[in-house]
Design a protein around this ligand. Structure first.
Ligand SMILES: *[C@@H]1O[C@H](CO)[C@@H](O)[C@H](O)[C@H]1NC(C)=O
Ligand SMILES: *[C@@H]1O[C@H](CO)[C@@H](O)[C@H](O)[C@H]1NC(C)=O
Ligand SMILES: *[C@@H]1O[C@H](CO)[C@@H](O)[C@H](O)[C@H]1NC(C)=O
Ligand SMILES: *[C@@H]1O[C@H](CO)[C@@H](O)[C@H](O)[C@H]1NC(C)=O
Ligand SMILES: *[C@@H]1O[C@H](CO)[C@@H](O)[C@H](O)[C@H]1NC(C)=O
Ligand SMILES: *[C@@H]1O[C@H](CO)[C@@H](O)[C@H](O)[C@H]1NC(C)=O
Ligand SMILES: *[C@@H]1O[C@H](CO)[C@@H](O)[C@H](O)[C@H]1NC(C)=O
Ligand SMILES: *[C@@H]1O[C@H](CO)[C@@H](O)[C@H](O)[C@H]1NC(C)=O
Ligand SMILES: *[C@@H]1O[C@H](CO)[C@@H](O)[C@H](O)[C@H]1NC(C)=O
Ligand SMILES: *[C@@H]1O[C@H](CO)[C@@H](O)[C@H](O)[C@H]1NC(C)=O
Ligand SMILES: *[C@@H]1O[C@H](CO)[C@@H](O)[C@H](O)[C@H]1NC(C)=O
Ligand SMILES: *[C@@H]1O[C@H](CO)[C@@H](O)[C@H](O)[C@H]1NC(C)=O
Length: 639
């Protein structure tokens, strides 16, 4: 099958397209009526005073269009994936050290009776490999995943007001080494790093009059309130056309990424020149003051079906784009991805290209499934006139082809011909990171080279008929870890089937997998599975709901906060202690430390013990766990 690129579609008028889209947008809101609970996360704090992280920056030489620049003295080249990059290795040296203080604070607060935190941390700090190494993974699931994930990040961020009080988990973010995002989760991760890593609180407090940041009531189809539909769509069309005229393939993902940027990068031009690689130059990242952000996407060659579980998974970190999978097993410098690499290097007089890694395009690549948002427009019962028909024709044309791919120049062309499945193609076609059913971005965090000990896996998937998670993502990652052609040294704990998740309630409260390291066939992090569930709000909104007012947005974030903290420990007073135990579990093993009895109790309570019950479960219809009648909203953000 041939890839259809948008050049084939440029014959239609974008301003017209835009106004058509806008006019039917109101018909798109697929709300279901849910009980409403206001958002009560820290009304006093605006987060502004404690913001100390700086943002990604507009480094692209020519806005959205990749452009030739002078090469650095050491020409960029491709490397194999047998090691971490030099950049990551030297960064880890700084970052791991900086996690010690926050980790110590968090563990002290987690109140593990009879365990001397200071003594323990002092001892393990001398040997980096014994110090707990924490990763956070934020799943896909559209805006639901962005918002639920944001609640978890707010809970883990010690700058969120009250997050370091009794029962809370503030500081886990500061103690983490990695944070990975996929699809809707990549919007969260990308947006945070493009915006100072400012607090969730301060982002929610953004005044709609001053910025379109996280103003989801104006959907990505409609655009920000400050722009007319033709300004918005016309501007995006120009950006994409310029890239195309410079000789690069574009697809509908380019539009999707540009649109996302208006909501997720806090600039009036939709962050047109913001690159993913610019994050590497940010003082806060260089100083090791935040976890390393990683965004992932799946590969799906043109015309091929993606076989769940065996797609090659590509990652974008601030220095590199590439994969540890044996099917390509190589990394390229993400800053120079548009350059003409062949056989692993540039031609002798080959030029360097920068600007391909627009941050919106990276987020759009990870979430390219949402291109279907354009396609579902005609499904919504908008206007039935010729207008709708015209759109429907355009969209169907796109839909019949590979509408959901992102086109990347293949930096691995003619590289490692014998083992690299992509050695003979100039184009790398990437799709939504969740298309292989691994909706939680665990892949970069289970790489043995990264030595992660524990992953906090935030699952906002809509698996059940009622749109709550049922463990499908963990099952998929487990199955892939059993595929000897692909696993390449990655280990993963045993995961039961989805019926068991429901029958044992493993999806309605946090569950630990892989507690017993000696039961693993290859080393794997402990997985702290944190499934979305209703505490203060029924946050099981549709993945394809693209528009939210700020009240609902805040309520879903608050619910995510409650999910991560188990309602500040109100659902289980031991939870903060057990989080501390999960962080320490592998380190206890490595150091041969006897597990404190408080942790033994935690593991009895939260670890999956191997029990399986695969009988057909009853329909999953959970109700709110926490009632809040007099809760104060965090506003004012809707004024
Ligand atoms: C990554 O490391 C290389 C060489 O080790 C260095 O030249 C380059 O500047 C580093 N990149 C960043 C963004 O720090
Ligand atoms: C480790 O971190 C501490 C506290 O942030 C700092 O004082 C110290 O200089 C760091 N050491 C190294 C080797 O980076
Ligand atoms: C959060 O953690 C950082 C890193 O340890 C620390 O510098 C800062 O003081 C903490 N902030 C709060 C509000 O506890
Ligand atoms: C710490 O845990 C002990 C035993 O579970 C409990 O009695 C005590 O109140 C806890 N302290 C704090 C500050 O939570
Ligand atoms: C994925 O599965 C298909 C069908 O079984 C097979 O043809 C293909 O080679 C597999 N790819 C990988 C990378 O294992
Ligand atoms: C991973 O795959 C690469 C490329 O095929 C291979 O060289 C390497 O040995 C593999 N690593 C492990 C641990 O299997
Ligand atoms: C555009 O895609 C085609 C395949 O459809 C490929 O042959 C060509 O090399 C790509 N161009 C660039 C600049 O990546
Ligand atoms: C890789 O394959 C291409 C095309 O077949 C060939 O031109 C190139 O020389 C090969 N590279 C190596 C190192 O064998
Ligand atoms: C679990 O979710 C998958 C979709 O991810 C669905 O196909 C399956 O029916 C669900 N099973 C149960 C028991 O909910
Ligand atoms: C916001 O959206 C929710 C959910 O659709 C709805 O119930 C509520 O009335 C809306 N609030 C405002 C102020 O529009
Ligand atoms: C959690 O604590 C915060 C701050 O103390 C409070 O606003 C919120 O209502 C608490 N949540 C629950 C579920 O008790
Ligand atoms: C222990 O390993 C066996 C064999 O892989 C597996 O069947 C079992 O579920 C594992 N138990 C736990 C608790 O993970």
């Amino acid at each position: 099958m041939k890839v259809l690129f948008l050049s084939h579609l440029l014959c239609f008028s974008f301003p017209l397209f835009a106004s058509l889209l806008a006019s039917i947008n109101s018909g798109m809101q697929m709300f279901s009526a849910h009980a409403f609970n206001p958002f009560v996360l820290n009304p006093e704090n605006d987060g502004g005073s404690s913001v100390f992280w700086k943002r990604g920056s507009p480094q692209a030489p020519n806005n959205y269009t990749p452009s030739v620049v002078d090469c650095p003295s050491t020409k960029p080249s491709i490397r194999n994936a047998s090691q971490l990059s030099q950049n990551e290795t030297s960064w880890l040296y700084i970052r791991r050290n900086n996690t010690i203080g926050p980790l110590r604070d968090l563990l002290v607060r987690s109140n593990i009776t009879g365990f001397d935190v200071n003594n323990y941390i002092n001892n393990v700090s001398r040997n980096g490999s014994l110090l707990p190494n924490i990763g956070i993974a934020v799943s896909g699931g559209g805006y639901r995943a962005l918002m639920n994930g944001a609640g978890a990040v707010a809970a883990f961020d010690n700058r969120t007001a009250h997050s370091t009080s009794k029962g809370e988990l503030g500081g886990l973010l500061q103690a983490s080494t990695y944070i990975a995002g996929l699809s809707g989760g990549s919007w969260l991760v990308g947006s945070l790093y493009a915006n100072n890593l400012s607090t969730i609180q301060s982002i929610l407090n953004t005044k709609p009059a001053t910025s379109s940041l996280w103003q989801f009531e104006n959907s990505v189809i409609k655009g920000p309130s400050t722009l007319s539909a033709s300004q918005y769509w016309g501007g995006m069309a120009r950006d994409v056309k310029d890239k195309e005229q410079a000789g690069y393939n574009t697809t509908i993902t380019d539009y999707w990424g540009r649109g996302l940027s208006y909501q997720l990068v806090n600039t009036s031009d939709g962050g047109v020149a913001y690159t993913y690689s610019s994050i590497a130059d940010d003082p806060f990242l260089k100083a090791g003051n935040a976890p390393l952000p990683i965004i992932i996407a799946d590969e799906r060659p043109p015309g091929q079906l993606l076989i769940p579980g065996n797609a090659t998974i590509f990652e974008f970190n601030p220095w590199e784009m590439g994969t540890f999978d044996p099917t390509t097993f190589a990394f390229s410098p993400v800053r120079y991805v548009g350059s003409n690499f062949s056989g692993g290097s540039l031609a002798v007089n080959g030029s360097c290209v920068r600007g391909y890694d627009n941050i919106g395009f990276v987020m759009g690549t990870s979430s390219s499934l949402f291109n279907q948002a354009f396609l579902t427009l005609n499904a919504s019962s908008g206007p039935s006139q010729p207008v709708a028909n015209a759109i429907s024709n355009i969209l169907q044309n796109i839909g019949e082809n590979n509408q959901d791919i992102a086109a990347w120049p293949n930096p691995f062309y003619h590289y490692a011909n014998d083992t690299n499945q992509n050695a003979q193609t100039t184009l790398l076609t990437l799709v939504d990171g969740g298309e292989d059913l691994q909706n939680i971005p665990l892949h970069p965090l289970i790489q043995p080279l990264r030595h992660v000990d524990v992953i906090f896996a935030i699952d906002s998937s809509a698996d059940t008929d009622t749109k709550w998670p049922n463990g499908t993502s963990l099952v998929a990652t487990y199955q892939r870890s059993q595929n000897s052609a692909l696993e390449n040294g990655t280990g993963f704990p045993s995961i039961p089937d989805q019926n068991t998740f429901l029958n044992l309630g493993l999806n309605s409260r946090p569950t630990f997998f892989g507690c017993n390291a000696s039961n693993l066939t290859s080393p794997s992090p402990l997985i702290v599975y944190i499934p979305n569930s209703p505490y203060s709000y029924l946050s099981n909104v549709s993945t394809f709901q693209l528009s939210y007012n700020n009240t609902e947005r805040n309520a879903i974030v608050q619910n995510g906060y409650d999910v991560a903290t188990m309602g500040n420990g109100t659902q289980d007073a031991q939870w903060p202690t057990c989080v501390g135990c999960a962080i320490l579990a592998r380190s206890f093993n490595h150091t041969g430390t006897a597990v404190p009895s408080a942790c033994v109790q935690c593991f009895q309570k939260f670890c999956w013990d191997g029990t399986v019950n695969s009988s057909t479960p009853a329909p999953y219809e959970p109700t709110l766990a926490v009632k809040r009648s007099a809760a104060k909203p965090i506003e004012p953000s809707s004024t």
